[in-house]
Design a protein around this ligand. Structure first.
Ligand code: 3IO
Length: 340
């Protein structure tokens, strides 16, 4: 009897040892350590929200979890973020889905010109859309947050006041935003945000199309002295965790992270909206940037050029087997719901 108990105990010890060595999470001593990769520099909004999430998780788990953050592409870059997290090169990663439009068809539908008014609404719309459709490209990860930028505007070295001005102009954008630029007659140049700094400096592009907080956070206001207000589409982002990591976490830690998902998404949207206001003020007051508002008549001509985009997307995505019409309807309904 005693001997049998001993064998069982040894067996248990061996099993526990195996779990400790194989799992990324230590079963005993010390906090659970997790790595969190991000692609742009530390002062930008994806990293600000990362630090906020880290702080909240560490606080709400009572120090049970400790998160090491890696901004600026030091662990994973903008285009290998999803695959890097799936492969376990980082436990957590933040990605911009517009950089892989063909991979994230459902969630990238939020960057059709459907009138998302701000980042807070955009983030809640994106979250709900993801939750409803649960597209299979996320099957291998745990989704921890989804959020969007504020609507996009043109930042450029030369003034853009008319469709004539934008014709053939080299402007940097990605995904849905690049399609918008193309529809207006610009020459969209695709690249992730961090590469844009050098492209602008070297004159490879004459400007960019994104949310306006980058005027301050990337100091684009120093070279782009003109902003044309279009407030058109958003860029969608996701925060994902490696599935093995997720499964290895204690239930109470999982609950903290689950409870934070919508809150973090909305927090990031609100942070973005406030930060855009601040960056616009800063650009006007300290950088002498001219903000161009299109006349009603001009704006109408710009809007007309975008009308075919949603129909074209529906047609293409339907052909690929997506319930494309329903997705567009849902986005429109969700915008109304969250704008109230
Ligand atoms: C973005 C990406 C990284 C850091 C700050 C940012 N603000 C807006 C974006 C959107 C984006 O990814 C892009 O390519 O315009």
């Amino acid at each position: 009897m005693k001997q049998k108990l001993g064998i069982i105990l040894i067996g248990f010890f061996v099993a526990a040892l195996a779990v400790t060595t194989l799992s990324p999470v230590p079963a005993v001593a010390g906090p659970i350590k997790l790595s969190y990769a991000n692609f742009p520099p530390a002062p930008t909004f994806p990293c600000v929200q990362m630090e906020r999430w880290k702080k909240e998780v560490e606080k709400r788990t009572g120090g049970k979890v400790s998160i090491d953050t890696y901004p600026g592409g030091t662990l994973l870059g903008s285009k290998n973020m999803m695959d890097g997290v799936i492969a376990g090169q980082a436990n957590i990663g933040n990605l911009c889905m517009a950089y892989q439009p063909g991979r994230f068809i459902v969630t990238n539908a939020t960057s059709l010109p459907l009138g998302i008014p701000n980042a807070r609404v955009g983030s809640l719309v994106l979250w709900d859309l993801w939750e409803k459709y649960q597209p299979e490209e996320f099957a291998k990860v745990k989704v921890l947050a989804m959020f969007t930028t504020a609507p996009t505007n043109i930042m450029s070295k030369v003034p853009v006041r008319t469709l004539q001005d934008i014709k053939g102009l080299d402007l940097r954008a990605s995904g849905g935003a690049a399609q918008i630029l193309g529809a207006w007659g610009a020459n969209p140049v695709g690249m992730p945000m961090p590469a844009t700094v050098e492209a602008l400096q070297k004159g490879v592009v004459k400007g960019l199309y994104s949310s306006l907080e980058v005027m301050k956070d990337f100091k684009f206001a120093e070279t782009c002295k003109y902003v044309t207000m279009t407030d058109t589409v958003i860029y969608p982002f996701a925060v994902v965790m490696n599935m093995e990591t997720w499964k290895s976490l204690p239930k109470d830690v999982q609950k903290v992270m689950d409870d934070l998902r919508v809150e973090q998404s909305e927090w990031t949207g609100s942070y973005m909206d406030n930060h855009v206001t601040e960056a616009v003020k800063w650009s006007k007051e300290t950088q002498n940037v001219e903000f161009i508002t299109l006349s009603k008549k001009e704006k109408k001509q710009w809007d007309v050029k975008l009308q075919f985009l949603t129909d074209k997307w529906v047609e293409n995505s339907k052909a690929k087997g997506f319930p494309a019409k329903a997705i567009v309807k849902d986005i429109e309904k969700l915008i109304k719901k969250h704008s109230k």
